[in-house]
Ligand binder design. Sequence first.
Ligand code: IPE
Length: 258
Amino acid sequence: MILVKLGGSVITDKGRLRSFRSSATERLARELRRSPFPLTVVHGAGSFGHIEARRHGLHLGLRSDSQLRHVASVQRDVRELNLKVLEALIDSGIRAVSVPPAASASFKDGAIRSFSKEAFGRMLAINLTPVTFGDVVPDSSMGFSICSGDLMMMALAKAFRPRLAVFCADVDGVFDRDPKRSRGAKLIPVLDRKALRGLSRTAARNADVTGSMYGKLERMLAIAEHCEKCMIVNGNVPGRLGRALSGRQVLSTVVIPE
Ligand code: IPE
C-alpha cells in the first residue's frame, strides 16, 4: 500500500478562508490514479480548518460554550473540503471513500488513544481507496481536539506498514532555512535525526493549530520508521507525485528514521 498526504497548503490557499485549489487537486488526483499500488489518501484542512480553529482556540480544547458553534462549523467545513477532494479523486477514476478520523480512532490529550485499522482494511480489501483528513474530533480529556492529517498518517503507517509514504507539500522538500523567506535556502535531500537537530527552530514561529514545522518533521521521522520509504515532494510541480509513486527519482527530501 502507498500512503499519500495531500497537504492543506497544496489543495487550498492557506491564506484565504475556504478557498479550494481545484485544478491543483484535480491534477494530483490524475497523478494518484496512475499509482501502481493500492492507495490510502490523507488530506490536510488548509484554510477550511486552520483559520477558524485558531481564531476560536479549538486546538486548546473545550474552554467555553461559545466555541461549540465553531467546532460544528469547522467540522462542516473540513467535510466540505473532503467532498471536493473525493469528487476530484472519483472524477479521475479512483474509487475513493471517506473515513473520518473519529470513525477509526479515539482521542485523548490531543493524541490518538486507540486506533482500529478495520475501517480502512475493509475498504482496501475490496479495492476501494480510503480517504481520511484532518478534523475536529471528540477528545476524552479535552472535550474536543484537532486531529491533524499527520496524526492519521502516523496511525496508518503503524497499522499498514506502507511501502511508501509521500507527503505532498508546496515546496520541494525540507530546506535548511525557510525557502519562502530566504533566497539561498538549500534543499536537504535526506533528512535524518542528525539533520533535523541541525535545523533552526525558527520555523516554530509559523506554527499553525497542528504544531510547528519542526514538530511535523519530528513526526515524519517517526512515521518513516514504519514505511519502506518516506518522502516529501512538491505537489505543485506537475508530475512529481506521479513519478514518486512509480518509484522514479524526483527532487524531494527522503526521510530516514536513523
Ligand atoms: C488540520 O489538519 C485539521 C484542522 C485544522 C481541523 P492538518 O494539520 O493535517 O492540515 P494541513 O495539511 O496543515 O492544512
